[in-house]
Unconditional design. Structure first.
Length: 139
């Protein structure tokens, strides 16, 4: 039996997909997605650094709740809705630790950059408060 060509919806023969090319394109897509994620993180980190340097003096800490409120006010209508969801809501962070903390995604991002941000956590009973400052404001 002869192999029949794969036919596209328009009746033209279509080439079978090359597995190597398919793998390469997936790797390229993954690399592109990683690069986009890194650029997005860099932009958010830069925005946070600007807010902190504008509102905090040397040695001062800002409560995460206040930082979150300022970022929502300043960027929620500017940033893409996916970025807002990732960093200014807890939608993508299911679990008890994110409950009642819409800034949880932002906190996780800032923890990835200890060279720029210092996070101070204070607990009283069941209440945990997070404060953030720029490394440059504390040195």
């Amino acid at each position: 039996m002869e192999d029949s060509p794969i036919v596209s919806g328009r009746g033209r023969p279509r080439k079978p997909l090359d597995k190597k090319a398919e793998g390469r394109s997936r790797v390229d897509r993954d690399a592109d997605n990683l690069q986009l994620q890194q650029l997005e993180e860099k932009d958010v980190v830069s925005s946070v650094a600007n807010v902190l340097s504008d509102l905090c003096g040397p040695g001062e800490w800002m409560p995460m709740e206040k930082l979150h409120a300022v970022l929502v006010d300043k960027y929620s209508s500017v940033w893409h809705h996916g970025r807002v969801r990732r960093y200014l809501t807890s939608e993508e962070w299911p679990g008890p630790e994110s409950k009642g903390k819409p800034w949880y995604g932002l906190l996780m991002l800032l923890r990835k950059y200890p060279e720029h941000f210092v996070i101070n956590t204070r607990s009283k009973g069941r209440v945990t408060l997070e404060f953030v400052s720029l490394v440059s404001l504390l040195s």
